[in-house]
Design a protein around this ligand. Sequence first.
Ligand code: ADP
Ligand code: MG
Length: 695
Amino acid sequence: MSTTMKLPELFGSLVFNEETMKERLSSASYGAWKKCVTEGTSLDISTANEIAEAMKQWAVEKGATHYTHWFQPMTGVTAEKHDSFISPVGGGKIIMEFSGKELVRGEPDASSFPSGGLRATFEARGYTAWDPTSFAFIKEGSLCIPTVFCSYSGHALDKKTPLLRSMDEVSRQAIRILRLFGDTETKRVTAQVGPEQEYFLIDKADYAKREDLRMTGRTLFGAKPPRGQELEDHYFGAIRPRVAAYMKDLDETLWALGVLSKTKHNEVAPCQHEMAPIFSDANTACDHNQLAMEMMKKVADKHGLVCLLHEKPFAGVNGSGKHDNWSLGTDTGKNLFKPGSTPSQNAQFLLFLAAFVKGVDDYQDFLRTTVASAGNDHRLGAQEAPPAVISIFLGDELNAVVESIIKGTEFKDAGKRTLEIGVDVLPAIRQDNTDRNRTSPMAFTGNKFEFRMLGSSQSISGPNIALNTIMAEELNQFADELEKSTDFQADLQKLIKKTFTEHQRIIFNGNGYDDAWIAEAEKRGLCNLKSTADALPAYIAPKNMDLFVKHGIYTKEEIQARYEIHVENYTTVLTIEANTMVDMIKHDILPAVSGYATDLCERADSKSACGVACKYEKETAAQVAQLTDELMEACSKLESGLAAIPADAEAAMQYSHDVIVADMAAARTIADKLETLTASEYWPFPVYSDMLFYV
Ligand code: ADP
Ligand code: MG
């Protein structure tokens, strides 16, 4: 990365962005692209050809030799298949070519991606189609074209298509509401997202020696080190030079790719850090978060580091999550979740707030499933991330407003009178950091909601599809009702009051980590879907399926397919983890501890032959030998458990959760005890204090 470039020049230098299009396209083609993006019209082939030619020329000038349709299959990561621009012209020569057809549509023979049964093998090929709302960019010598990925029967096989559908739908429904408030200007409402990304950095040499990290992304063994995060000295602490150099390089890499990387700091656990970009539309935010995760890993490699994106790389210290900051903005520059300064703006704000509160209450189970994964099971409800129960935090001021609306009681701050929606002004709602409730899964933070349950490795697409669709549904219901009204003010007031009253149970402003809350939540009838195995069935609950089908976000088959992929993924992840454990126990730990115990015995023999005390050797050897046998047995149990995983996918998920997780925990406890007894030179891989406190 060129460090001589000034930041404004560097930013977006590898992106075929709007400014570049304006410069390099005829005004007719630029206009056609713009119309396609803002109004959803399609591009004709001559325009596509011109855009492709301009893109290729630009990319070749920047040193690109290949192009790829860059897409997001249901694996959760991105996929790419590179084709070079070369085209033979005879005489052993080539020219660089790229047509509109190649830009707009590609056909990767992508039959090995998970499809959840959406593609029969005889029509295994999927096709990719350019998403003109997301800019093309250059990565490692390839022009990357953000695309959607569908099967020939038209089913979405990716995470982008439904996201785009949900963004359109929430826009359509929000505009109906805005029209009721007399807004005639807004043409588009955009779901806006700023995802904060947590990660760990460890030394590459340590990583290389740990099979668990290489196979599963997390440590499956490791005794608690003498020091973890107790000193609370890492959070926002001074950044070590080696990490600072990494962060600088990462920033520059992301800026060149047009990612608005803004904030970087140390997180709670040792070696844990965070990057947050400035928010953008949900589609771009999702693309950019995928790129950021990829670059975090690639840049780390250059610095002799490894970036771990797993939700729980180390037991005993915090794991990593992702905060999904979400709001709705108009193309006229307004944020629909910003409390206004006039009575009418306030009424509109309260209606959008009511829709959100109702939506989260109605679909709390689905929101929970969008963050369900084997990795995230280690965090949710473990006192380091929100509990598995969904609730909304509104903050003191807004909560007082909602309560006064529900009770029709006096609103203290507003001068001893009841708050009349549409007539009265709201009191100032603070946007103060200190007022933040960090234990809430869904916190209102002044002008947006922060969904805090996401796992660090997951795509943000799923949760945002859910938020957009849920919001679209509630706005749709409200619009249906209010469009018929003959007394808008009165009916609006009634609707807001009714909604807050019926859905107040989802609002909780206290400490989400407190056990008392879990008991209280149960009394309120809120879902507590503790694990992935508990949560996933909600994916295909009839009311949830109906929601997505009604709004055209997923077909029944598409949602069923996603459910199946998640269910299978859970068992697959656990199987890999358990197999890795077995491997490490048999190949590394048992031989090492057996050797250690034998050496201790030999030393004890020599010592007693000389008449010297050898209590230490004997007792340690006895303990090690005892635990060695226990570990061998725990390992056999794990192996027989693995052999007995049922064939049926749902049964396998439940079984993995009930049996494999418990057997792994049992084996780990013994191995970790052995680690504390075994001399360092015998222990076969780096331990927590090596990995978490490297220099
Ligand atoms: P913090 O949560 O640490 O106080 P900020 O409030 O600055 O930090 O924002 C965190 C993330 O939320 C950033 O990615 C930011 O760009 C994003 N964000 C800010 N405003 C909005 C908004 N209206 N809609 C969506 N995301 C937003
Ligand atoms: Mg935050």
